[in-house]
Design a protein around this ligand. Structure first.
Ligand code: FAD
Ligand code: MLT
Ligand code: ZN
Length: 481
């Protein structure tokens, strides 16, 4: 487990849970929603990567906004620290306790409240699992503007709280654009109803944005209203090979220009990522098996005219092949092939997990410089570890992952602060989409000025004066009370 938590001191102003607290929670939540079972607690204390581990003694499962409000009002008055947890697929140690914080999971709040077929606006409770929302919308002829490999477990409340990016951001934009409204419960139990369903509303400060991406540090999100686009009839996916990173980058520029409005995803992985996927995931095979290539790019188009879209994509692929940008490629012929191609890209995090310990960096960088960091890291680490690069090419989002048999301080010292300094020097962001969590709370100054961080801390104090919500995360420890 990470040594990060040993660098953080438990805030002595937080109380320790006692039997009166447990009785109080049982009275209004019911016995079965107040969980003290050791096995369950072991699971919810441990993050997806098995890298961060807390020692919470209590998991609470509220069924309504009123119950969330009652929990927080009580915890605030008793100064009990709280960690909001959803699908626990977060990758920065943000969703698990650091010490004995009470875990609150709104997973039982999983109702769809309304869906408007004219506007495509979905209103639902925060505990809905992303994949269930995707299926619900599919039946109605719509799609979620958000898709990611963790869709089977992550909840929309977790997605909103991390401002998750994912595979479709290049087409539909971020949740700051797609979330039209939300309801959140503040640390003192007050309910903020901002559950608007309007595209346009300029009545002053748009406070919902504070909750999008604040990683549970300002309130618990209980309901979400989200704009969903119509499902279009024709989806094509090309799985392509490139000889070098410069070709991937040129391919991106060409794809944006030539595919324009039908481009719906453009993702990449390097040969090291492909090797791991082929080795660790059952039933996965390389669609371009004749030789090993240095880079693979997935290009998806989504449009409304099957023959036009296919013609446009084929013409683009032909010109890219003639121009030497692509060295090989294949177009998915049916839905099964389409999902098997996506499985390769979406399976990279799982394959890395199976390979052993993984140091994950999620960086926004200028696309043309992005892969230089992977090359530099390989030189620095030599035989110490494997360096893997993949990510959301269209968004300038590199996932730099360093894979080793086990966590080891000698490796970490070669990576940090080098990776953060490199990113800062290129005016990148040390968190493109995963958030800061516990892992990067202290590194925030690599991407934000002291003045900006100070305003963030003031907002935190205003909304959560006792600092009970997700302590030790997001803000640097010097400002995190
Ligand atoms: P959790 O992990 O439980 O929580 C995440 C954060 O949100 C925590 O800080 C938590 O305290 C807070 N939180 C949770 N629920 C609430 C709530 N109701 N109110 C307030 N705060 C809350 N991320 C991407 O951006 N793009 C990707 O493509 C992507 N792919 C992934 C693929 C895999 C295989 C995995 C394991 C993870 C991936 N992630 C990705 C990271 C992760 O899935 C996302 O961050 C996701 O949005 C987290 O949702 P969750 O429900 O699991 O939240
Ligand atoms: C992805 O794009 O696959 C996710 O963000 C998860 C990861 O970075 O490993
Ligand atoms: Zn990602």
């Amino acid at each position: 487990f990470s040594s990060v938590s040993t660098l953080v001191q438990r805030n002595p102003s937080f109380s320790t849970l006692n039997s009166d607290d447990i009785s109080y929670f049982k009275r209004f939540l019911g016995e079965k929603n107040v969980i003290q079972d050791e096995d369950r607690l072991e699971t919810v204390n441990t993050d997806w990567m098995h890298k961060y581990k807390g020692s919470s003694k209590l998991l609470l499962q509220p069924r309504s906004t009123e119950e969330v409000s009652q929990i927080l009002r009580y915890c605030n008055s008793r100064c009990l620290a709280v960690v909001p947890q959803a699908g626990n697929t977060g990758l920065v140690g943000g969703s698990v306790p650091v010490f004995d914080e009470v875990i609150v999971n709104v997973g039982s709040m999983n109702n769809i409240i309304s869906f408007d077929k004219v506007s495509g606006i979905l209103v639902c409770e925060a505990g809905c699992i992303l994949e269930n929302l995707i299926s619900f919308l599919d039946n109605k002829g719509f799609v979620m503007p958000l898709d990611l490999g963790a869709k089977g477990s992550c909840q929309i409340g977790g997605n909103v709280s991390t401002n998750a990016g994912g595979l479709r951001l290049v087409r539909y934009g971020s949740l700051h654009g797609n979330v039209l409204g939300l309801e959140a419960v503040l640390a003192n139990g007050d309910v903020l109803d901002m559950l608007g369903t309007l595209r346009k509303d300029n009545t002053g400060y748009d406070l919902k944005h504070l909750f999008i991406g604040s990683e549970g540090s300002l309130g618990i999100v209980t309901k979400v209203s989200i704009l969903t686009p119509p499902k279009l009839s024709s989806v094509n996916l090309a799985f392509l090979a490139c000889k070098d990173y410069s070709s991937c980058q040129k391919l991106l520029v060409e794809a944006k220009r030539k595919l324009g409005e039908i481009l719906s995803a453009i993702e990449f992985l390097d040969d090291q990522a492909m090797v791991l996927v082929l080795h660790h995931l059952d039933g996965v095979r390389n669609p371009l098996p004749t030789s090993m290539h240095n880079f693979y790019v997935l290009i998806e188009t989504t449009g409304s005219d099957e023959s036009f879209d296919r013609e446009k994509l084929e013409a683009f692929l032909l010109s890219s092949m003639e121009g030497g940008l692509i060295s090989d490629g294949v177009l998915a012929q049916d839905i099964n092939q389409l999902s098997s191609f996506w499985r390769i890209r979406e399976g990279v995090p799982e394959a890395l997990m199976k390979a052993g310990a993984v140091y994950k960096y999620d960086l926004s960088l200028p696309v043309e410089k992005m892969y230089n960091l992977v090359d530099d890291m390989r030189v620095r680490l030599g035989n110490l570890a494997k360096v893997v690069g993949y990510g959301h090419l269209g968004d300038g989002n590199l996932h730099l992952n360093i894979s080793a048999p086990q966590y080891n301080d000698a490796i970490l010292q070669q990576i940090e602060p080098y990776v953060y300094e490199w990113t800062s020097k290129h005016r990148g962001s040390i968190s493109a989409e995963h958030g800061l969590g516990l892992m990067k709370a202290n590194q925030i100054y690599y991407s934000k000025t002291p003045e900006t961080v100070q305003i963030m801390a003031s907002i935190k104090t205003l909304l959560d004066p006792n600092g009970i919500l997700n302590p030790y995360k997001v803000l640097p420890h010097s400002l995190n009370r």
